[in-house]
Design a protein around this ligand. Structure first.
Ligand code: NAD
Ligand code: ADE
Length: 419
């Protein structure tokens, strides 16, 4: 079996992590145990490009037990858990092509190793696999029934391909299910980003000025958690509606060039490029810690930063100091890559449970409906979203009310008004 991982001897440690995560993934486990019996993925090859974590391992095992042949590469050069990769290879015979800290050449070679497996279904987090396939392996598209996409930035890239007319198969935007972005992007990113910043720096959040760029799903979650830890939170935005939302949620809102002057921490979560750029670096507070939790490492303009830097030094794992020509020193975490997966372990399993329940149901949906779907970006039917939410609630032991017949009729009608 072909694979490229750091060290197979880490398998036992990885196995413990996979089992630990599984305990908090009851929705995925329930769906997986049904699929283990019915084998809906028989004769299907799934090429996955995801963060190689303990939670992803549980998804890969579920797909394999459902009859699929699976291959996995990393969706970020810094997010791989090498022990988990080893366990997948050694204990489950799943080909993995991923090493934490791999360089750009290795990263793309690993994508191609997965594409070499000639997948019928692609599973992406950021759309690099689909993008590579459309950039030089177009002949493979005929064999592909469809793809799934995990994150906001990936969905945005795929919509752009569909708009251009270049997308050659349908893709399910898993990110756009309610049971994905309401929870993963908000509570998952909120908690794991704080975790990444704290593990890397061990700095006190209480009393600090914490600047968050972007008040979307991830930004809202991060702001909530930073405030909960006692930070004085500032939001930067480009969307006037989101800016009002942030204001009315009780945060200060201002441009990045103003916020940078007083920031102890800056964290970007926008999916955009050069969000912290030269103008902000010129006025930034001495000692500021800058990180990113958006998908790509383009949110902090490191090219501009290097030009005004006298000396760079790695101080501790995932912390690099930049001594600027103006005498100030600032610290960049995880090389500007997503800090929650670079210097921590990503979202907790309990939240990935719903994200990956969406992924596995999206694969089944493609197999049932792929031929009817246009070559564009689709959302899973709401009934599946509600099924996942119902299963999650049940696993949490929470009951809710149900509509009476009288209430159903009232909600569907128009005749009953003021009385
Ligand atoms: P979103 O669209 O809900 O929010 C992004 C926000 O950023 C928007 O409100 C937008 O107006 C704002 N924005 C854009 N450009 C900006 C700029 N220059 N300055 C300030 N604000 C700006 O998206 P989201 O779901 O919150 O995702 C954000 C990013 O995080 C994406 O790249 C996504 O793929 C990624 N993501 C990462 C993780 C993770 O584990 N780290 C998890 C989920 C999503
Ligand atoms: N994205 C964010 N957190 C993750 C995790 N724990 N596993 C896989 N993908 C993730």
């Amino acid at each position: 079996m072909k694979c490229d991982i750091k060290d197979t001897s880490l398998a036992q440690k990885g196995m413990v992590k996979i089992e630990w995560a599984e305990r908090d993934m009851p929705v995925l486990s329930g769906i997986a145990s049904n699929f283990k019996k019915t084998k809906p993925f028989k004769n299907i090859t799934i090429g996955a490009c995801l963060h190689v974590t303990a939670e992803t391992a549980n998804l890969m095992i579920a797909l394999k037990n459902g009859g699929a042949k699976v291959g996995l590469c990393a969706s970020n050069p810094l997010s791989t858990q090498d022990d988990v990769a080893a366990a997948l290879v050694k204990n489950f015979q799943i080909p993995v092509f991923a090493k934490k800290g791999e360089n750009q050449k290795e990263y793309f070679a690993h994508l191609h190793s997965v594409l070499d497996m000639k997948p019928n279904i692609t599973m992406d987090d950021g759309a690099d696999l689909v993008s590579e396939l459309h950039s030089g392996r177009l002949n493979q598209a005929k064999k592909i029934l469809g793809g799934t996409e995990e994150t906001t930035t990936g969905v945005s890239r795929l919509k752009s391909m569909a708009q251009e007319g270049t997308l050659l198969f349908p893709v399910i935007a898993v990110n756009d299910s309610m049971t994905k972005h309401f929870f993963d992007n908000r509570y998952g990113t909120g908690q794991s980003t704080m975790d990444g910043i704290i593990r890397a720096t061990n700095k006190l959040i209480a009393g600090s000025v914490f600047v968050i760029a972007g008040y979307g799903w991830c930004g809202k979650g991060l702001a909530m958690r930073a405030r909960g830890m006692g930070a004085n939170v500032i939001i930067t935005e480009i969307d006037p509606v989101k800016a009002i939302e942030a204001l009315m949620d009780g945060f200060r809102v201002m441009p990045m060039t103003q916020a940078a002057k007083e920031a102890d921490f800056i964290c970007t979560v926008t999916g955009n490029i050069n969000v912290v750029g030269l103008e902000a670096f010129k006025v930034i507070k001495d000692g500021c810690v800058i990180s990113n939790s958006g998908h790509f490492d383009v949110e902090i303009d490191l090219v501009a930063l290097r030009k005004i830097t006298k000396k760079r030094k790695v101080l501790r794992d995932f912390v690099e100091s930049y001594k600027l020509k103006n005498g100030k020193t600032i610290f960049v975490l995880a090389g500007g890559r997503l800090v929650n997966l670079g210097s921590a372990e990503g979202h907790p399993a309990s939240v990935m449970d719903m994200s990956f329940a969406n992924q596995i149901l999206a694969v089944e949906f493609i197999l049932r409906n792929g031929k009817k779907l246009s070559n564009s970006v689709h959302v899973l039917p709401e009934i599946l979203d509600r099924k996942i939410a119902t299963l999650k609630l049940r696993s949490l032991g929470t009951k809710i009310d149900t509509l009476s017949e009288r209430q159903k009729k009232y909600m569907a009608g128009w005749r009953e008004g003021t009385r």
